[in-house]
Design a protein around this ligand. Structure first.
Ligand SMILES: Nc1ncnc2c1ncn2[C@@H]1O[C@H](COP(=O)(O)OP(=O)(O)OP(=O)(O)O)[C@@H](O)[C@H]1O
Ligand SMILES: [Mg+2]
Length: 421
């Protein structure tokens, strides 16, 4: 036995003697093994300990970068987060929320969108054009340049609005990643949604077919997103523009509401004109006629959207026979004739669906499109009706628009008769 082995052996035995309970346990096998056996066991234990230490060291090294990213982002990300010199006065707007909000400089966005190349153009709505982009770290983004005029938004005001919207987070809301301020131009940067927007499917511009369970997942997701905006988030937001093109779909067709809070960037009057003019078919009567704005405006639009998802057609379609052109009106007529199943997308019928669930969803839609805002259920009740399939106790009230349209039709006919006479 070497000198070192002898020392280990004697210290090990001393230790066992000092702890009688241990000595009983350890000395029996040691006597069985003999002194050379005990040394072998010790050496193996030491080797195992060293291996364990190496393993722990390797693991820590691998995990470390993730922690480091949180504490201090890598230079590339820092470049995105850090405002340019010109905007350093606005630094306080970023403090504390760097994790949620980034400032993108215009060069980064130009590079990401290949200088706003037409191939990356996704579409354009009332607020401005939207482009697809890819950041150098591989993240896909949607870049929306707002059609604001210079006087409308000061830099500070814009940043505080962006910061507020960025603080609203829910799995059914599109995430606003940050913004870019370049002279008078204001740009918003969103996460990119692979399956684009629901309107492309509803109006047949995409050959994707959605079965009932996917459609139901979309309906429920939108309802949950709206419930969050109306009732659960720290700032109450009325979206004002719920429609199929503002429902974005990720790679698994999970829905996310887009453009929420956007109205905050525009003065009230502009908002009314762009949105009401752009999306009449979804607009609640009290908002269209009197400009009365409340959550119930979104709930009306949600009802129209629900009908669109079930029937896979847009709310207004002049290529259809006259009685079918306006979807809410058509749905009501079918309801009164107890023929609601006619509303269901024929393709859905081919693939199969749970009739009870579809009928429940149509009933929810009819409650949402009632003329009186007070009669429309709040989003939390809608979510409960859809989720727990609670038996419908409320009967929807016939909307006034049906009578109004009837009156207009009669008046037109009278005019024609007078003319002919
Ligand atoms: N985050 C995103 N990911 C993928 N595609 C998007 C994203 N945001 C918008 N788009 C696409 O860009 C198109 C244009 O969007 P935009 O919001 O400007 O117009 P809109 O929804 O038709 O009208 P509005 O201005 O009233 O919202 C949408 O139809 C959608 O297909
Ligand atoms: Mg939109």
């Amino acid at each position: 036995m070497t000198l070192i082995n002898q020392r280990i052996h004697s210290e090990f035995c001393n230790c066992a003697v000092e702890h009688p309970s241990l000595s009983q346990v350890i000395q029996v096998p040691m006597s069985m093994l003999g002194s050379s056996g005990a040394v072998t066991v010790l050496v193996v234990v030491i080797i195992l300990l060293i291996l364990l230490l190496i393993l722990v060291f390797i693991c820590r090294k691998r995990i470390k970068p993730a922690f480091q990213t949180k504490a201090k982002p890598p230079i590339e990300v820092m470049e995105i987060i850090a405002p340019s010199k010109k905007q350093q006065g606005s630094m306080d707007f970023f403090s504390g929320s760097v994790q949620e909000m980034s400032h993108f400089d215009s060069q980064t966005l130009k590079k990401a969108t290949m200088n706003f190349h037409p191939d990356n153009f996704l579409g354009s709505g009332g607020y401005g054009p939207v482009y697809r982009g890819k950041l150098s770290d591989g993240r896909l983004i949607a870049v929306k340049t707002l059609n604001l005029n210079k006087a409308q938004q000061g830099e500070k005001q814009f940043l505080s609005e962006v910061r507020l919207i960025t603080s609203i987070q829910h799995k059914n809301l599109v995430r606003l990643l940050g913004c870019c301020i370049d002279g008078p131009q204001r740009t918003l940067v969103y996460e990119y949604m692979k399956n684009r927007s629901l309107d492309l499917i509803i109006n047949g511009h995409s050959d994707q077919f959605l079965d009932w369970s996917t459609r139901f997942q979309i309906i429920l997701g939108i309802a949950r997103g709206l419930q969050y905006l109306h009732e659960d988030s720290h700032m109450r937001i009325v979206h004002r523009d719920i429609k199929a093109s503002n429902i974005l779909l990720d790679d698994k067709f999970h829905p996310k509401i887009g453009d929420f809070g956007l109205a905050r960037f525009f003065p009230e009057d502009d908002c009314l004109s762009t949105q009401i003019a752009g999306t009449l078919g979804y607009t609640a009567p009290e908002y269209a006629t009197k400009g009365e704005l409340s959550e119930k405006v979104d709930i009306y639009s949600f009802g129209v959207l629900l009908l669109e998802i079930i029937s896979c057609r847009m709310n207004t379609d002049f290529t259809l026979p006259s009685g079918m052109q306006y979807l809410p009106e058509y749905a009501w007529k079918l309801y009164e004739k107890s023929m609601l199943t006619d509303l269901i997308d024929p393709k859905l019928r081919e693939h199969g669906f749970v009739e009870k669930d579809v009928m429940q969803a149509i009933h929810v839609a009819l409650l949402c499109i009632q003329s009186s805002p007070n009669l429309r259920p709040p989003m939390s009740e809608i979510v409960a009706l859809l989720t727990f399939k609670i038996e419908m106790v409320r009967t929807p009230m016939r909307p006034i628009f049906l009578d109004l349209r009837h009156k207009v039709a009669v008046a037109d006919k009278d005019k024609d008769d007078d003319y002919e006479n």
